[in-house]
Every structure is written in structure tokens, then in C-alpha cells.
Write a protein that binds this ligand. Structure first.
Ligand code: SAM
Length: 240
């Protein structure tokens, strides 16, 4: 990371109330690997330094807006891709125990490369589908939080994530400016699966001022056994 990059990161994270100074070496290693591997493997379209810092690192860390990730929590990152938002959260918050899940093996192999390079003790990467984990007793009902960014519309996310949460746990879905129709549909599906909309944190991404919403859905009752439906069905035929 260049000195300008470090200054940008410190400033932008500072606007979220986060001090990343002690973690700069770890984020710099993550950035270097993302650029090196991303040059020949399709991981993410964003490989310029300011984009990585603002649209990946700071955007991922903005999951903490509203204080829904405070304390010692087990967190599943559903559809982590190249590690977002899960890896920045694991680097910055050692009290979080992250499981980084993605259906694409190549992306999880990259995430494993980063966790090994950083010797990150609080992050485990898994290849698999949320529908499968949601029916596996060692994952169903086990997580305090599910975080997710750029994976699917809210009704689909509700079906994929609520089975994985313990009662009292919460889905934190990172969105741009969420439309009322998506929010209402997500709320309806969440209620079918034992969830209820708790709040939407609305804010802008530091420096870029892009609008962001963090949709918080709390699990208040057990999810019926029939959910999630089999692989691919939640996205193909969303509940309504
Ligand atoms: N969250 C990352 C980010 O914001 O950069 C990656 C976003 S990428 C557009 C969506 C990822 O979700 C893909 O890597 C895809 O493999 C994964 N995905 C989609 N549906 C999934 C499912 N049902 N279970 C696990 N992973 C899934």
C-alpha cells in the first residue's frame, strides 16, 4: 500500500469511527495478493488502489455501522467472493469468529491464501452453498450474525440466511440505496422464516459519499424445517 493509500484508508476508516493503523500491514498484504492473483484470475473488477481501499476495505468495515457487530460473535459471510466483507472484518475485529462461504472453489482458494499469509486465527473459508449448509446440523441455527454483500435480492438472502442463524441472531445485508419494494418483499419472506425487520442503517460511504443501506433482520423464532429449499431454487423462484 502506498503512503497515499495508507492516508486515504486512515481517513476513510476514521470517518466510520475505526482506527485501522495497527492493521495496515495486514490490509497491505491482502491488497498485494488481491492485485497479484486478480491479474490472472477473475476475482473482482476493482483492482486500483483507491477502489480496493474505499469500495472493498472501507465498504466491508461499514458493516459495523449501528453497532450490530459488537462483541464476541460467530459470523458467516454468505457469498464472500474474494473475501468481502468477511476478511476485512476478521482483520479489524479479532473478537469476531468468521466463516467465509462461497460456492466458487477458486475464490475460496484465494481467501485461504490470504488467511494463511496473515496467519488469521479467526477466519475459516468454506466452499459450499448456503442452501446445503442451511440443512447441515453443524451449521443450521449456529451463527450469531450472517453478513452478505452483492449476492442476491433481500427475499433470497432471507431464505438463505435465516436457517443459519440462532434465535436472537441477525442478518446484516449490505445494500446500496435499497428500494421500498425490495425491503417489503424481504420483510414478508423473513417473517415466513422466523425473522423480523429490525432496522435499516442508512449512511454514505466515506470520501465517495455513495449511499449505503445496512438491512438488519433479527431472527425471533425457529425457521420451519422445509427451508431453505434445495440448491438454486431460492434464487430461481424467490419466496414472496
Ligand atoms: N460478497 C463479495 C463481494 O461483495 O465482493 C462477492 C460478491 S459476488 C457478486 C457473489 C458471490 O456469491 C459469488 O462469488 C457467488 O459464488 C456467491 N454465491 C451466490 N449464491 C450463493 C449461494 N447460494 N451459496 C454460496 N455462495 C453463493
Amino acid at each position: 500500500m502506498t503512503p497515499d493509500g495508507e492516508a486515504l484508508f486512515l481517513q476513510a476508516a476514521g470517518q466510520l469511527g475505526l482506527d485501522v493503523a495497527g492493521q495496515l500491514p495486514a490490509f497491505a498484504t491482502f491488497q498485494r495478493l488481491l492485485v497479484e492473483v486478480g491479474r490472472h484470475t477473475n476475482l473482482t473488477a476493482l483492482l486500483d488502489e483507491p477502489d480496493i481501499i474505499l469500495k472493498h476495505f472501507v465498504d466491508s468495515l461499514s458493516c459495523t455501522v449501528g453497532g450490530h457487530l459488537t462483541g464476541e460473535l460467530t459470523v458467516l459471510d454468505l457469498g464472500t467472493g474474494a473475501g468481502f466483507p468477511g476478511l476485512p472484518l476478521a482483520i479489524q475485529h479479532p473478537g469476531l469468529q468468521l466463516t467465509l462461504l462461497d460456492a466458487t472453489r477458486r475464490k475460496i482458494e484465494f481467501v485461504q491464501q490470504v488467511t494463511a499469509a496473515l496467519s488469521l486465527p479467526n477466519a475459516t473459508a468454506l466452499v459450499g452453498r448456503a442452501e446445503t449448509l442451511g440443512r447441515d446440523a453443524s451449521h443450521r441455527g449456529r451463527y450469531d450474525r450472517v453478513v452478505t454483500r452483492a449476492v442476491s435480492a433481500l427475499p433470497v438472502l432471507a431464505e438463505l440466511s435465516l436457517p443459519l442463524l440462532r434465535e436472537g441472531g441477525a442478518l446484516l445485508a449490505q445494500k446500496g440505496p435499497i428500494q421500498p419494494e425490495e425491503l417489503e418483499a424481504g420483510q414478508r419472506v423473513a417473517e415466513l422464516l422466523g425473522g423480523e425487520l429490525q432496522t435499516v442503517e442508512r449512511f454514505t460511504l466515506p470520501v465517495l459519499n455513495d449511499p449505503r443501506s445496512l438491512v438488519v433482520i433479527r431472527k425471533v423464532a425457529a425457521t420451519p424445517e422445509r427451508y431453505p429449499r434445495r440448491e438454486g431454487v431460492p434464487a430461481k423462484h424467490p419466496l414472496s
